[in-house]
Design a binder for this molecule. Structure first.
Ligand code: FES
Ligand code: FES
Length: 167
């Protein structure tokens, strides 16, 4: 049983009780993914599985045989950051930075969801083109908490990349 993480294959852990979050952090030393609540409440542990965002604290590693996982380390590097990573720096979208990897992983998948036309609870039209209004972004990012309250700058960073409306 193998799992692909940031382009490299790894054997799944022997202990089937290991969460994907603990597997990433403790077995593979991919410490960019953060443990906040460990209960699916904060979004600090968000990673992409086959391109979709999940809370890795709520998922067992053993459930991901054959899956492709992208963590913040696979999104970009200090020398080659993704657009969102660069925008978070430019817009000062963090204070302590603990929630930031989850915010960026979540926003990466969220923009893709908008691109695919998936509606959110804030969407006025469930079938047409999705807007990237501030309300849409706030709703879609509501699973990612920031204890420092950097929300205005996080929103600015995401809007900068999404090209959304300022309102
Ligand atoms: Fe997973 Fe908080 S650590 S949601
Ligand atoms: Fe500190 Fe978000 S920047 S929790």
């Amino acid at each position: 049983m193998t799992i692909r993480i940031n382009g490299s294959d790894h054997a799944l852990p022997d202990d089937p009780r290991t969460t994907l979050l603990d597997f990433l952090r403790y077995d593979l030393s991919l410490n960019g993914t953060k443990k906040g609540c460990d209960h699916g409440q904060c979004g600090a542990c968000t990673v992409l599985v086959n391109g979709m965002r999940i809370n890795s604290c709520l998922s067992l590693a053993a459930m991901h045989d054959g899956d492709s996982v992208t963590t913040i380390e696979g999104i970009g590097t200090p020398d080659a950051p993704s657009k969102l990573q660069a925008a978070f720096v430019e817009h000062d979208g963090y204070q302590c930075g603990y929630c930031t990897p989850g915010q960026i992983c979540s926003a990466t998948a969220m923009l893709e969801e908008i691109e695919l036309g998936w509606p959110s609870d804030a969407s006025e039209d469930l079938t047409g083109d999705m807007s990237v209004s501030a309300n849409e972004i706030r709703e879609r990012m509501s699973g990612n908490l920031c204890r420092c309250g950097a929300y205005p700058n996080i929103l600015s960073a995401i809007q900068d990349v999404a090209g959304g409306d300022a309102a």
